[in-house]
Design a protein around this ligand. Sequence first.
Ligand code: ATP
Length: 497
Amino acid sequence: MNNKLKHNLTRYMDAGFPIIYINTYEEEKVDEMLLSSGSDREIYEWNETNGFIDFKTKMPMLEDYALDSVLNMLKIREMFERKTILLKGVAVYLEDAKIVSKLKGLARMICSGVDATVIIVSNTLVIPKELEKFITILEVDYPEHDEIRQIIRQFIKDNEMREIKEGLLNEMALAFKGLTEFEVNNLLALAYADDGELTRADLHLIFEQKQQIIKKAGILEMIPLKEQFEDIGGLENLKEWFARKAGVYKDLERAKRYGVDMPKGVLIAGIPGCGKSLSAKAAAALFEVPLLRLDMGRLLGKYVGESEGNLRKAVALAEAISPCVLWIDELEKAFAGIGGNNGASDVTTRLFGNFLTWMQEKDSPVFVVATANDIAKLPPELMRKGRFDEIFYVGLPVDEEREKIFRIHIEKRRADDLEKIRLSDLVVKTKGFSGADIEGVVKDAVKKAFVEGKGAVETQDLLDAIQNTHSLSEIMKDAIEKMAEEYKKRKFKNASR
Ligand code: ATP
């Protein structure tokens, strides 16, 4: 397990990388890896509970517990030579300038020929600027399908449980994708604790817990699939395009063998409230895969390297869970200013570079649906061929689309009243309304009719609600016209027919 991590750790140690930062809370796994690494160096460990100890014998090496004193001692070349120094729980100390400067001193000694390595193990990533060029980050791999099957089998054996059928084993392995070995074992123990066996009923528990774990990690969120394509009124071109991609996506192996490229994803840009997010959600349901939402705002961390680390983590997690849809909401928020004169920060520019490279080279079944309101803020590189399979523009719904949107939302709340409502009257009165505006009108009308004690919602209730609504185009007329022009100029595909 975690073979790649172990391989990289050994390689980096042999190559003289001064500080290796293993980003994990599975400390025992790292211990195991070091024990079986075959290195003949002595290993010393520092942790807050035991102070400075010999890693193998656990005997104290220094009476003084303070990290500061330990780092002082290691400054003596003879003490440091041919050692691996393992530091646990030091993330908080990495905000202390004195500690950082001492670690830098040790890193410099290694760079000038001392045979040693400092390994930091922590589940939070704190990279002080002064140490940036000395640190190499390693992340724990996620086990793949067959490995997860093996973990489940081992768990069943260890607990002397009844074997489970092949079909359930595969479904469980799929449900566990994107969790570490440690997390998989924890969830298995939880599922086992309630009734002493693993059954189909546990899949639900696994899914819920996995949702929590992913959310706690902070950058990705697993969104439950409620919306279907039938819930989108209009946007026929976009829906048709998705349907064609779904044909490839649901039959990936065969499509790949046939020579079809792995679909990369789509950028959907346009007016707020007109169904962009709805399309991202419905796409995952159509593809029959999980939907992950990437929070671009949270990606930007406060430490150097943290943002890139976060992106790498998010991508690794999405790839581990794949096939999936990765929805990147409000793309322009993260990459505003790049390529323009107002100067994005170095961090955003680097992050953007990493994102582009990933999009360009990606051949994993992570289908990206990026949504953006303001395309003018997006850097042109993003729109070059090879990044997205297609770019769509979503405008205000035309007459026929507004009728469909009314139909969908009335049907959701008052299906029986639909037949008597004159939709064409509503359509005439709602030029310039967004899908979200129309949903608002239906909600208001239903609420009003209820309060007034009416048996059914009628056309007039909806017309009254329309009268009381300030539509999107009324509120931001100029901005919308400018946007529409921008899209025309760039010749994006229109999502509507
Ligand atoms: P934003 O950029 O503000 O997030 P968006 O384009 O992503 O806007 P959505 O979140 O998809 O907009 O739309 C908001 C709500 O409006 C949806 O939840 C849906 O109920 C309704 N809506 C918008 N467009 C449509 C549509 N074409 N068909 C049906 N409902 C729609």
